[in-house]
Design a protein around this ligand. Sequence first.
Ligand code: FCB
Length: 458
Amino acid sequence: MKDFLWGSATASYQCEGGWNEGNRAISMWDRYLHDNHLENGDVASDHYHRFEEDIRMMKEGGQNSYRFSIAWPRIIKNAEGEVNQEGVDFYNRVIDTCLKYDIEPFVTIFHWDLPDYLEQNGGWLNRQTTEAYAHYAKVCFEKFGDRVRLWTTFNEPRYYTFSGYLIGNYPPGHQDLQETVTSSYYMMLASAMAVKEFRNGGYQGQIGIVHSFSPIYGVDSTVETAIAARYAENFYNNWILDTAALGEIPGDLLAELYGRCDLSMMKPEDLELIKSYTVDFLGLNYYARVMIAPYTTGETTLIVNNKGKQAKGTSQTIIKGWFEQVRPESSQYTEWDTEIFPEGLCEGIRRVWNKYRLPVYITENGIGLYEDVTVEQVDDRQRIEFMDSHIHAVMQAKEEGCDVRGYYAWSPFDLYSWKNGTEKRYGLVAIDYEDGLKRKPKKSYYWYRDMIAQDQKN
Ligand code: FCB
């Protein structure tokens, strides 16, 4: 398929490094990881210095698009909103390098690295952050909108707010339903504000949002499970997708929250704005489905795998009184305890397309593995198998008529994986952190290149 975008995705904090270079402000992640003496992204994959080589490798790997995020702390220096020219220059170089190699830049405006000066002021619990974000987004459009045609406002607001405010395993590390609701609300309001800036500026191209998409499955077909699954669908998916695509926060979710939370921050003029500025497309990050059972007992918890790390996809979650997530037995799991369920991707695309009728991009999909990268070539056949089955699922949905326009592997090269550090590897290219950050394509890199070439013949 000629117009299909085949690419791979990164996030600024996870790949750039150069944390104190180019006049970059401190992000909330720098503060949190430094203060708690945790493995950090100070150097990460050193993409800040090696982006040219990395983008060239994407090109040589047959890819025609690169999804990356802009680091807010590189662009806006302080709470007064002053622009940092060195940060703008850096992303100009990244974008121009993409264009030189005929790689379509696909830009995420916010992938979790909030400037610390905003976090110190309440972060996404403070309405002022929405204003600061709208200003930052406008600067991005003004500086890069002449060359970037595909934008997304946020990466995974649901995952961000669940992790930071419900489960507490990401900064700021709270466990509070009210804060979860407030931060989710402000992020979705900010997303609509960015869409407004984009429309008002008359830029070419399209703007969407990226969602951590877990299609919900009920554990059985009882009425109790159907109700629990509906709560979960609202909380996991509709809260983001309905709000971004239809301009409506699901009414039954609001009705449920009404008795439990203070919703007075939801002003009528905000709801108008959300209604008026919906997105052009949906980006879905897919790792696994979520299986739901009715709530029985217990508190919101984090499920960790046998190495004590957070499992991706199967993480969490009990929402007290509403539902709980169960582990589908008899399924296959990765060594990080994520269920492998490609059918969920096809079914998920179908559901999203049938409901919203907006173009879909699979903005992340991949498998985290423990890998020995000292060998000459990592033989990552598990990754090849994983990608192959998931790409088939995407193609099936496309053949059925769903408007899917691209697929992005997470990730083009190994990255710093948040709380899982550098131990959990997702890359098509290995990075040897012990040996000068040398890049070495894994087997999957060549497999992906050949698969794309084959597809483009058709
Ligand atoms: C997603 C995030 C991304 C990366 C992958 C593995 O939730 O968007 O930053 O860590 O998971």
